[in-house]
Design a protein around this ligand. Structure first.
Ligand code: FES
Length: 91
């Protein structure tokens, strides 16, 4: 089973951040979807996270760069699933 969702959270300053949440048989993985090249928001397309600014592509399961110009992977977060909720540990 593989399921990916992209959603936005707004922090206490009103700044939205987009996260990718992926469920696989190995667990749930969360990534900040801001491109590591210059910070543009990536979006899920064809099973990959694609950056419209300069064309970088990221693997939504690992956050690794599939195609540059970005060289750093997406920032990842630990997740906890309990009682029907998924929590992303942002610290
Ligand atoms: S900001 Fe994403 S490729 Fe440049």
């Amino acid at each position: 089973m593989r399921q990916t969702k992209v959603f936005f959270l707004v922090d206490s300053f009103g700044i939205p951040t987009s996260y990718s949440l992926l469920r696989t048989s190995n667990g749930i993985f969360a990534f900040d979807t801001r491109c590591t090249h210059a910070g543009a928001p990536t979006s899920l397309s064809g099973g990959q996270l694609k950056c419209p600014a300069h064309g970088s592509i990221f693997n939504p399961e690992t956050g690794e760069v599939v195609r540059g110009p970005a060289v750093e992977p997406l920032k990842s977060y630990r997740t906890i699933e309990a009682n029907g909720e998924i929590r992303i540990i942002i610290s």
